[in-house]
Each structure stands twice: as structure tokens, then as C-alpha cells.
Design a protein around this ligand. Structure first.
Ligand SMILES: Nc1ncnc2c1ncn2[C@@H]1O[C@H](COP(=O)(O)OP(=O)(O)OP(=O)(O)O)[C@@H](O)[C@H]1O
Ligand SMILES: [Mg+2]
Length: 279
């Protein structure tokens, strides 16, 4: 197993957002939001296009400043801290690899900009590539890799300096279904091995349900519901949540036997008479 510490601060952070919001002129990308992410948690931001997921990531990463509110990592207010100092590793949907650089140099890049010695860089890059199953690919260029392999390079580049927080913005969006499922498993395993706080963005509800400790479902720049996959699936707080999370949740009818929670035990529904979603 890979239990050695790579570099940097190995202690994962807890994150607290207090009244954080973002306006772009007349557009409110994010309404004032409170959100706590636990240390080492796998939290997924789920929601339709334009609901504010990337905005929330950018605020935590410091790529953009908030209109209102504060951000804490553990007990420290980092609202105004420059992005580079926040210890966040980012994985992007489009990989964002440097095309002219080899796999090795792409993964080494975050260490080189932090002026790490060459020997340490070699050891850490080797370990990061090992973790994502890409040993032996060091000298290839991104264009000589498949989409899944390119995304693994993106993940290796993110974890190579042991960020205290990892954020992934739709990292599997460009991959086909089989590879997506395989990579979902690998990202879960990686999170378990590293113990890092991980914020994951997707608009795929199944992916969110499979991978997350908790899901933050967003809609129109607001949190529609925050909870475990089971809570969102079985106890949706609104029609929006029910419709977004499970196609089978919304039935115009009334439960006449069995319980709403006990779908696996069998449930009978008298259809057509009642318009309420929940009893
Ligand atoms: N720089 C900007 N200037 C103006 N409006 C912006 C800017 N960035 C984002 N927005 C708006 O803020 C809202 C939220 O955008 P955001 O990128 O956070 O959505 P998202 O949930 O990540 O969507 P997607 O799933 O399509 O990536 C959108 O209405 C978007 O048009
Ligand atoms: Mg986005």
C-alpha cells in the first residue's frame, strides 16, 4: 500500500463557508450560502448547468473573491488568502495538461513551481504515477494517451504535492460510460488511501449517489438540499430534489401499504387519486 506522505501538509482541512455569495453585475451566481465540509469528507456538488457548482469551487480555491461572506479552513479565515497558499489541488474536466510536456513534466510541474529539489521531485512524481496506474508512461506526451489516461495524469498532478483539499470539477465528463465507472472506483479508492477532504462536482446523479459521503444539491445558485445519498434519495425535501435524484421517486399516488422508506421490502401504491409527492 502507499502510505508514505508525499509533501506538504498531510492533515486534511475542514472547510466552513459563512454567508458566502457571488454576484457578477446583475447575475447572482451564488446566493448567500452556509456550508460545512468535514475533515476527510467526500462531498459532491450536484446540480444542473448554471446552478453555481463551479462558482462555489472557485470561491474555495480563491480563483475568484466572494461578494459577501467568509471562508474558514479549520479555524483560520482564509477569505483573502492567495490561491497558491491555500493548499488545494484541482482536477479539471478538460484535463488541462500541457501538450508539449511529457507525462513526467506535467506531474512534476506543481513541485517545480514550488522549487522542490530534483531528487524529491523524481520520487514524488514516481509515487503519484504509481497511484494512478501510469508507471512506464513518464516519457509520453498527452496526445499519445487515451482520455482516461490523460485524466489520470491530471489526478497525479493534483495529488503529487499532497494538497490538504482536493477539488474535482466534472473530472469524468469526457469519458465513456465504462471508463467513467472504472475511474469512479479509482477516485473513491484514492480518496480512502489519501484521507484528503475532497469536493467533487458532477451533474450525474448516479455518480453522486455512488461516490459521496454527502451530496450538496444545488439549484439556481442555492443549496436545494445537503445530506447523505440516502437522505436525498429517500427523503427529498422538495419536488426539485425528488425529480433530480431519482426518476422513480415522483409518482402521483398514495402509499396504501409498505413504507416510503421500505422500497426493497415492497410497496403498493394507489395511483391517480392524490397529487402529493409524499404522504
Ligand atoms: N464570470 C462570470 N460572469 C457572469 N456570469 C457568470 C460568470 N461565471 C458564472 N456566471 C453565471 O453564474 C451562474 C453559475 O455558473 P457556474 O459556472 O457556477 O455553474 P455550474 O453549476 O458550474 O454549471 P455547469 O454544470 O454548466 O458547469 C451561471 O448562470 C453563469 O452564467
Ligand atoms: Mg461548472
Amino acid at each position: 500500500m502507499h502510505n508514505t506522505t508525499l509533501v506538504g501538509d498531510p492533515v486534511p482541512h475542514a472547510i466552513a463557508l459563512n454567508g458566502i455569495s457571488k454576484r457578477y453585475g446583475p447575475v447572482t451566481a451564488l446566493h448567500p450560502t452556509d456550508l460545512s465540509v468535514e475533515r476527510g469528507e467526500f462531498l459532491t456538488l450536484l446540480g444542473p448547468s448554471g446552478s453555481g457548482k463551479t462558482t462555489l469551487l472557485n470561491l474555495i480555491a480563491g480563483a475568484t473573491g466572494p461578494t459577501t461572506g467568509t471562508i474558514l479552513f479549520d479555524a483560520s479565515d482564509i477569505t483573502r488568502m492567495p490561491p497558491r497558499e491555500r493548499g488545494i489541488g484541482m482536477v479539471f474536466q478538460n484535463y488541462a495538461l500541457m501538450p508539449h510536456m511529457s507525462v513526467f513534466d506535467n506531474v512534476a510541474y506543481p513541485l517545480r513551481v514550488r522549487h522542490q529539489p530534483a531528487k524529491a521531485i523524481r520520487a514524488k512524481v514516481t509515487e503519484a504515477l504509481e497511484r494512478v496506474g501510469l508507471r512506464g508512461f513518464e516519457n509520453r506526451k498527452p496526445r499519445q494517451l487515451s482520455g482516461g489516461q490523460q485524466q489520470r495524469v491530471g489526478i497525479a498532478r493534483c495529488i503529487v504535492y499532497s494538497p490538504a483539499i482536493i477539488m474535482m470539477d466534472e473530472p469524468l465528463g469526457a469519458l465513456d460510460k465504462n471508463l467513467r465507472e472504472q475511474m469512479q472506483g479509482e477516485i473513491k479508492r484514492l480518496h480512502k488511501d489519501l484521507g484528503t477532504t475532497l469536493i467533487y462536482v458532477t451533474h450525474d446523479q448516479e455518480e453522486a449517489l455512488n461516490m459521496s459521503d454527502r451530496i450538496c444539491l444545488m439549484n439556481m445558485g442555492q443549496v436545494a438540499q445537503l445530506g447523505t445519498p440516502d437522505e436525498l434519495y429517500f427523503q427529498p425535501r422538495s419536488r426539485f430534489v425528488a425529480e433530480f435524484i431519482g426518476e422513480s421517486n415522483l409518482i402521483a399516488g398514495r402509499v396504501i401499504s409498505g413504507s416510503r422508506m421500505g422500497i426493497s421490502e415492497g410497496i403498493s401504491i394507489e395511483a391517480g387519486q392524490v397529487s402529493q409527492v409524499r404522504d
